[in-house]
Design a protein around this ligand. Structure first.
Ligand code: PLP
Length: 283
């Protein structure tokens, strides 16, 4: 198992960053999670675009070009035996410097990447769906930046798991759903409209979200990007969530209330099938 740390391919068990890395001390960094299929990263361009925006928002200089990163990724995947199904995690922090809040004048960004193989998502879960619980969204006001500051997400996900649910749907101060701790949230209304929150500053604009929006458009599914409330979600005909590792998962219970007839809805099924097909076709 090999990881990449600041220009070096190292044994994973020996991969290290300094104790005064600002990622460690301040969560002063960003990350991306790429899906690996048949030894290749998917949707690299979209992830790189989002990475560029996250870095710019935090004023962290890009440590290397996209082309160079692609070469590192390819080499790292190769050295990890090119998993058929897996994830590549990339993290970039502002770097190592004596601890003080303001930006250090000459810090060199830290760049680490890991590759892990994964078992494919259980088809039974994709078919039967998952439960979610609602929790207040206590994150900072810029979840659109993919920063490594994930403590509220960690706590909410743990609370969901302890409640027997797969994910938490987070509620803003008006009771509207923002997103999940690591996924975007969708509903289908009684009128058959596909609804998801617009990519404002209150959510991470998921790559899976963007792909599913495109697939919906291509399938002539009427799509509305607007906030929806928890009450509307509970009364929805269908609900589902999307993410790089979650794929497209039906949500069949919210806070214990059954959505629709408790089975994956037709629009969810169509989008899930289209998404899985695209995964298989990706070359
Ligand atoms: N929202 C949050 C808070 C996330 O952390 C993630 C991904 O982990 C997503 C949404 C889904 O984004 P993507 O589809 O790019 O994986």
């Amino acid at each position: 198992h090999i990881s990449y740390v600041n220009g070096h391919y190292v044994r994973h068990a020996r991969a290290r960053v300094h104790i005064e890395d600002r990622g460690f001390q301040f969560a002063d960094g960003v990350y991306e999670v790429f899906a690996i299929r048949r030894g290749r990263v998917l949707d690299a361009e979209r992830h790189f675009e989002r990475l560029t925006r996250s870095l710019a928002a935090l004023r962290i200089p890009a440590p290397m070009s996209r082309a160079a990163l692609q070469m590192v990724f390819a080499e790292l995947i190769r050295r990890n035996n090119s998993p058929a199904n897996g994830v590549l995690y990339l993290q970039i922090t502002r770097g190592v410097a004596p601890r003080t809040h303001a930006f250090p004048p000459r810090a060199v960004p830290t760049l680490v990447a890991t590759v892990n193989s994964l078992r494919p998502v259980d088809p039974e879960v994709l078919r039967a769906g998952v439960s979610v619980i609602s929790l207040p969204d206590i994150r900072w006001r810029r979840p659109d930046i993919k920063s490594v500051s994930l403590l509220p997400n960690v706590l909410a996900k743990q609370q969901a798991l302890e409640a027997g649910a797969y994910e938490a749907w987070l509620l803003d101060d008006s009771g509207m759903v923002t997103e999940g701790t690591a996924s975007n949230a969708w509903i289908v209304t009684a009128d058959g409209d596909l609804v998801t929150r617009p990519a404002d500053m209150s959510i991470l604009n998921g790559i899976t979200r963007l792909v599913v929006l495109e697939l919906a458009h291509r399938s002539n599914i009427r799509t509305v990007e607007r906030p929806f409330s928890l009450a509307e979600a509970k009364a929805a005909k269908e609900a589902f969530l999307t993410g790089t590792t979650s794929l497209v998962k039906p949500v069949i219970r919210i806070d214990g209330a059954t959505i629709g007839d408790g089975r994956m809805g037709t629009i969810t099924a169509a989008l899930q099938a289209a998404y899985l097909e695209r995964l298989e076709d990706e070359e």
